[in-house]
Design a protein around this ligand. Structure first.
Ligand SMILES: [Zn+2]
Ligand SMILES: [Zn+2]
Ligand SMILES: [Zn+2]
Ligand SMILES: [Zn+2]
Ligand SMILES: [Zn+2]
Ligand SMILES: [Zn+2]
Ligand SMILES: [Zn+2]
Ligand SMILES: [Zn+2]
Length: 304
């Protein structure tokens, strides 16, 4: 990407301490970066592979690049696509990688690389996890902040966008801010589904399993598979010809050779954590996340 300069960039060895990439704002992982000979501008090897999208029929040069303005961001963003498959820099807001089909929205002013939904994040939100005050979007971790813990998932992070109530010292990562909690009869506050987290379940006390309905207001957690009245058997129907049974023992649906073998849900094709209960066919043909099956059978859980 040479969007801001007509001088070619040259590859050179970097002194790690000083240089930050002018696209993603990060210190390059490798020793090399592309630098402009005339000014400070430079890109790490990964961001240098970004290809700006062109506006049809405008010829070459600065004006021919596709730029978009979003309400939540004061600068125009360059719309780019990945020039290489192994693009390692993650989104500056959610810290998740860019998928093959994702456009990458670049702010050269703020030095941010964003997914489209992350570029469209509103500046302030009302959130049921902190109903007392509006939360404000922070695009940087304030300097000197010792640790940044999301009050939703309780994860600590060092970078990424956060929604905060400064008055109450309350903050949420953008992932948790996108969760929509729902009211269930067995708990007085709304609960949201957290995946890939380990919370102590108030029903079975285990903390190995990863899908938890959680109340951020009072810290109540319950595994999805400990949900009252979850069906024991789901008739596979259009998913699978055999009945699927709620199975609380780990299901290894293929021969494993090593401890770090990965298992997948046959419904959503995403990874599943082995200790998590599943809905599975007794013949081992079909194994699915609990949340993937109950979303279709339990009306109360329908939004999942
Ligand atoms: Zn970069
Ligand atoms: Zn993102
Ligand atoms: Zn900006
Ligand atoms: Zn979180
Ligand atoms: Zn507050
Ligand atoms: Zn439980
Ligand atoms: Zn509660
Ligand atoms: Zn699934």
């Amino acid at each position: 990407m040479a969007a801001t300069t007509t001088t070619p960039l040259s590859l050179s060895l970097q002194n790690k301490e000083e240089f930050r990439c002018h696209a993603c704002g990060k210190i390059p992982r490798g020793k090399f970066a592309f630098r402009c000979d005339l000014c400070e501008f430079g890109l790490d090897v990964c961001c240098a592979s970004l290809v700006p999208e062109k506006v049809d029929g405008v010829g070459d040069g600065e004006l021919s690049y596709q730029r978009l303005k979003f309400v939540g961001h004061e600068h125009e963003l360059l719309v780019c696509y990945k020039g290489i498959e192994s693009f390692e820099v993650s989104c500056s807001a959610c810290e998740l990688p860019f998928q093959i089909e994702d456009s990458i929205y670049v702010c050269l002013e703020c030095k941010l690389l964003l997914h489209k939904p992350c570029a469209e994040l509103p500046l302030t939100i009302n959130h049921p996890f902190h109903p007392r005050h509006r939360l404000v979007l922070f695009t940087q971790i304030p300097p000197g902040e010792r640790f940044t813990r999301c009050k939703g998932c309780l994860r600590d992070f060092e970078a990424g966008f956060t929604y905060r109530c400064v008055e109450c010292n309350f903050l949420l990562g953008t992932g948790c801010a996108s969760l929509v909690p729902r009211k269930f009869a067995f708990h007085e506050h709304p609960l949201a589904l957290f995946e890939k987290t380990n919370f102590n379940c108030s029903k079975c006390r285990c903390r190995k399993c990863t899908s938890v309905l959680r109340c951020v207001l009072c810290g109540f957690n319950i595994h999805l598979h400990c949900f009252p009245d979850l069906p024991e058997v789901v008739v596979g129907g259009r998913y699978h010809r055999h009945a699927l049974r709620l199975t609380k023992t780990p299901v290894q649906d293929y021969e494993v050779e090593s401890d770090d073998a990965e298992f997948y849900c046959d419904k959503c094709e995403q990874e599943r954590s082995l200790p998590d209960p599943t809905y599975s066919c007794q013949e081992g043909h079909y194994v699915a996340h609990v949340q993937c099956m109950v979303s279709k059978v339990t009306n109360e859980l329908a939004p999942f």
